[in-house]
Ligand binder design. Sequence first.
Ligand code: SF4
Ligand code: SF4
Length: 167
Amino acid sequence: MSSPLPPQAPQAPLFGGMLEIGRGLATVLKHFGRQPVTLEYPEAMPELSGRFHGRLCLLTKSDGADLCIGCKACARVCPCVDLIQIEMHRDAAKKPVIDRFTIDMGRCIFCGNCTEVCPVDCIKMLPDFELADYSREALTLDKFDLTLDGAQSDEWRRTHGLTPTVD
Ligand code: SF4
Ligand code: SF4
């Protein structure tokens, strides 16, 4: 038969507790005065990289005219079926006219495939992650929502190393 455990000293739990409090205070003092690594969003906004994958947009020419040629390469390469929907026709001069261009941002996985294949550098991403809305329908952006004006498009190209002016 095994012998009973020796009785524990009555001050042991108290001593252990004080030791833990001391350790906790030491950790607090070690970090005292350091700059916080977290941000108080939304009061403070993060500085995002120019390569950030946020809301999609359509760049235009410098005069604000459509840059998109309606080739639908972006829609074909998108892994989410029918997420990008494009309807277009050609005018009398055979120039493409984009009648409809929608992107369902609620289903987008921000892979960036569409931005890689566009032959005219039209569809791009913005450093905008505040996409929440009150309905799924509101997450489908149309051509008007997506299109940047000429000055905004030139600025996007300038900050991303592309030739800013497009005729
Ligand atoms: S980022 Fe990816 S998922 Fe989103 S629209 Fe482009 S190709 Fe589709
Ligand atoms: S790949 Fe570019 S040019 Fe072609 S339809 Fe998409 S946005 Fe327009």
